[in-house]
Design a protein around this ligand. Structure first.
Ligand code: PSU
Ligand code: MN
Length: 307
C-alpha cells in the first residue's frame, strides 16, 4: 500500500535515498522513549544516526508523532521525542488507535519493522529485541516482536537478547516462526551485555556481503519472514556476565513482587537495570547499539550495491 494511503510521512532525505536505491537503515524509537533515560537517550539517538551516515547510508529513525507515523524523523523531532515524558510505546497493534487519538509514541521493533517494510526499507538496527519472558509458561508474555519477525521481510540487527528474557525459549519461537537467527562472526547467540549466552544461534555468517546475499535469497524463496542478525557486543564494552546476571535476576524479582506485567514489563526492567547498575549498563547499551547500527549500515550498503 502506498505510504500516503496510511498517512505515513517520510523524511525528505529518506524518501530521496529510497527513490535512488541508496542504502537506508531503519532505527526504532522505543529505545529512545522507554529504553534509556534522558538525556542519554537523545545523545544515543543522534550518535547512532551518525554511525549510519559514516558508512554511507541514510538513517531513518521511526516513531509516531502526534498521530502520524514518521519514517525518518528530523533532528528537532528526535529531540522532542527524547524529552517527551508523555510519549507512549507503540507496538504494531497499537498504531491505528494511537493514530486516531493523535498520540506520540516510540515504536517497538514490531511496529518499526512494519513501518519500515511499508516504506521499502529492508535493514533495521536496534539494541535488543523483545522475546519470550522468563516465566512465560504461566504469564504467556511473548513479545509481538517475534510475531512480526515471522511475517515481515526486514532484517533486524540486534545484540541478542538480555536475560530478562528466556533466551532458549525465544530461540525456539524464532525457529517455529521460520526466522533465521544469524550470528555475525560467531556460532553463539549473544546475550546483549555479554557476547555469550551459552546457546547456539544455529546459523552463522561472517561478512555484511554474505548477509545481504542471504537476504536476497530469502526474499526470492518467498519465505516471507524477517531475519534476525545477532551481533555480539564489542569485547571492550562487555559487562561482567555474573554481575549483570545477578542484577537482572533482581530486576525480574522486583517486577514480580510489584505485579508489573503487559507492555509495562520491559520498560520497567530496563529502567530497573539502569538504576541497579547506577548507569553502568548504559555505556554498554550505547556501545552495542552503535555497533549494530554500523553493521546494519554495512549490510544496507552491500544490499544497495547489487539490485
Ligand atoms: N529490549 C531492550 N531494549 C529495548 C527494548 C527491548 O533491551 O529498548 C524495547 C524494544 O523497542 C522492543 C520492545 O521492541 O522493548 C519490546 O517490548 P515488549 O517486550 O513489551 O514486546
Ligand atoms: Mn509482553
Amino acid at each position: 500500500m502506498p505510504a500516503h494511503e496510511i498517512a505515513m510521512e517520510m523524511g525528505g532525505e529518506v524518501a530521496a535515498a529510497l527513490a535512488d536505491g541508496k542504502p537506508v537503515v531503519a532505527l526504532e524509537s522505543t529505545i529512545i522513549t522507554h529504553g534509556l533515560p534522558y538525556p542519554e537517550n537523545l545523545a544515543m539517538a543522534r550518535g547512532v544516526e551518525e554511525v549510519v551516515r559514516a558508512r554511507g547510508a541514510v538513517p531513518a529513525t521511526i516513531a509516531l508523532v502526534k498521530g502520524v507515523p514518521i519514517v525518518g524523523l528530523e533532528p528537532a523531532q528526535i529531540e522532542a521525542l527524547a524529552s517527551d515524558k508523555a510519549a507512549g510505546k507503540a507496538s504494531a497493534r497499537d498504531l491505528a488507535v494511537m493514530m486516531v487519538r493523535g498520540e506520540s509514541a516510540g515504536t517497538t521493533v514490531s511496529s518499526t519493522m512494519l513501518l519500515a517494510e511499508r516504506a521499502g526499507i529492508r535493514v533495521f538496527a536496534t539494541g535488543g529485541i523483545g522475546g519470550v519472558h522468563r516465566g512465560a509458561e504461566t504469564t504467556f508474555d511473548v513479545s509481538a516482536d517475534l510475531i512480526e519477525l515471522g511475517r515481515t521481510g526486514v532484517a533486524v540487527v540486534c545484540a541478542g537478547s538480555k536475560s530478562i528474557l528466556d533466551i532458549p525459549k525465544t530461540l525456539e519461537v524464532l525457529e517455529t516462526q521460520r526466522v533465521p537467527v544469524i550470528a555475525f562472526g560467531t556460532d553463539e547467540f549473544p546475550a546483549f551485555y555479554t557476547p555469550h549466552s551459552g546457546h547456539a544461534a544455529g546459523l552463522r555468517l561472517d561478512s555484511p556481503d554474505q548477509i545481504a546475499r542471504a537476504m536476497r535469497l530469502h526474499q526470492r524463496l518467498g519465505v516471507g519472514t524477517g531475519m534476525l542478525i545477532a551481533n555480539p557486543i564489542p569485547a571492550a564494552a562487555a559487562l561482567d556476565a555474573k554481575a549483570i546476571e545477578t542484577t537482572i535476576a533482581q530486576a525480574v524479582a522486583d517486577a514480580d513482587r510489584q505485579g508489573i506485567g503487559g507492555k509495562a514489563l520491559t520498560p520497567f526492567l530496563l529502567a530497573r537495570i539502569n538504576e541497579l547498575t547506577k548507569g553502568g549498563s548504559l555505556t554498554a547499551n550505547i556501545a552495542l547499539v552503535r555497533n549494530n547500527a554500523d553493521l546494519a549500515a554495512r549490510i544496507a550498503v552491500a544490499l544497495a550495491a547489487t539490485p
